[in-house]
Design a protein around this ligand. Structure first.
Ligand SMILES: *Cc1c(COP(=O)(O)O)cnc(C)c1O
Length: 411
């Protein structure tokens, strides 16, 4: 396997050393093949918001397994999950299930173009929308310049319509619309960034994008693959009160099985085949196992007090990290909303990818290694958000902070 992993983020390239090979997960913990236990802040990159291998999810999966793993035809479970998603997410009136966040973003991009009859899109530097060609545009490329392929194998022709702007820079977006009037299909973004570290939107950024897109007749798309059901039950759009036209989901709605979804306004979604002419399909889409894990996960999340609990435990962690850093003389910036958090080794606020890149990556390497040696598993990159779950306890946070103090004292 290239690099020894099935997905590049799992490698330890940016922090040094080799990736750990794991054997099992449960609650807030993860065990490696040598039997070492770690407190886990990766949560399989987002889905494990109720804690790994939650008994309700596992029991329901056992039952579903007995009934077969794939029908290749409609199942009632799809309707149940669809209804839950529609009830929860303000923008979603109709939804299509797929098998990954990447697929959801590919589908939504085709839909943006099909509905508007326009080809150009705007994405933001440092935002990740899966690995499809059109989204692999070099972060940091000049604002009004056309994107260049980020990866060999991506033809220029597939990214020539992908325009980029720095995150939180509403003026840059205005300039792109001014230079490309009525030719931009839409704007896609992570409403809270997790893929260049944790970066929240500035006040009025999301609202500004809503106004600009509406005025031009372009669509606004929130990629909530990470933030959906994590920032709030209704996602970042509920939290910030800004309703996009379309939304992509993944991670949490699959409860640890492969799932993605895109949805939004009914008039737009009605373009998707077979209701409309825009083609998109999938052999295993909406399969009963993935639907079951998603339904059970949302059932746990919809209980009252869930997000208050997640927020409280996560805030305890980030407040504690800030405190430890102060005591040990390190400049850090932390941030957190609900069950998503981040920490950069920098004394300046981080508003976008350029700011994030200015943080002390060498220091992060040392921090990551030290935490790992003390049984705390953090994402092996400064440019990834951290995740907590309903299974993380006060004691887990305290143990984490004790480890952090030891590590930071030695950095
Ligand atoms: C993880 C992620 C994706 C891609 O999802 P996969 O299931 O890994 O294909 C897309 N967008 C965002 C915001 C993500 O965090």
């Amino acid at each position: 396997m290239p690099g020894g992993v099935s997905s590049p983020v799992r490698a330890f390239k940016s922090v040094g050393g080799q990736p750990i090979v794991f054997d099992k997960v449960k609650g807030a913990y993860i065990w490696d093949v040598d039997g070492n236990q770690y407190i886990d802040y990766v949560g399989t990159w987002g889905p494990a918001i109720c804690g790994h291998a939650h008994p309700d999810v596992i029991a329901a999966l056992h039952d579903a397994l007995e009934k077969g793993t794939s029908f290749g035809a409609p199942s009632e479970l799809e309707n149940v999950l669809a209804q839950k998603v529609i009830d929860a997410v303000p923008s979603i009136e109709m939804v299509r299930f797929v098998n990954s966040g990447t697929e959801a973003c590919m589908g939504v991009l085709r839909l943006m173009r099909a509905f508007t009859g326009r080809d150009k899109i705007i994405k933001f530097e440092g935002c990740y929308h899966g690995h499809a060609d059109m989204f692999l545009v070099k972060a940091g490329s000049g604002v009004a310049t056309l994107g260049l392929p980020d990866s060999p194998g991506v033809p220029k022709s597939t990214t020539q319509d992908t325009l980029t702007a720095p995150y939180n820079d509403i003026e840059a977006v205005k300039a792109l619309f001014k230079d490309n009037p009525k030719t931009i299909a839409g704007v896609i973004l992570e409403p809270v960034v997790g893929n260049s570290g944790f970066i929240p939107p500035d006040a009025n950024f999301l609202k500004g994008l809503r106004d600009i897109t509406k005025e031009d007749g372009a669509l606004l798309v929130f990629d909530e693959v990470m933030t959906g059901f994590r920032i709030a039950y209704g996602g970042a759009q509920e939290k910030f009160g800004v309703t996009p036209d379309l939304t992509t989901l993944g991670k949490v709605i699959g409860g640890g099985l492969p799932v993605g979804a895109y949805g939004g306004r009914q008039d737009i979604m009605s373009m998707v085949a077979p209701a409309g002419p825009m083609y998109q399909a999938g052999t295993l889409s909406g399969n009963p196992l993935a639907m079951t894990a998603g339904i059970e996960t949302l059932k746990l999340l919809e209980k009252p007090g869930t997000y208050e609990q997640l927020n409280k435990i996560t805030q305890k962690l980030t407040d504690g990290l800030l405190e430890v850093a102060k005591e040990t003389g390190h400049a850090v910036t932390t941030g957190q909303i609900s069950a998503m958090f981040g920490m950069f080794f920098t004394d300046k606020p981080v508003h976008n990818y350029e700011d994030a890149k200015k943080s002390d990556l060498t220091k992060f390497q040392g921090f990551h290694r030290g935490m790992l040696e003390r049984g705390v598993y953090l994402a092996p990159s400064q440019f990834e958000a951290g995740f907590t779950s309903l299974a993380h306890t006060d004691e887990d946070i305290e143990r984490t902070l004790t480890a952090a103090k030891e590590v930071m004292s030695s950095l």
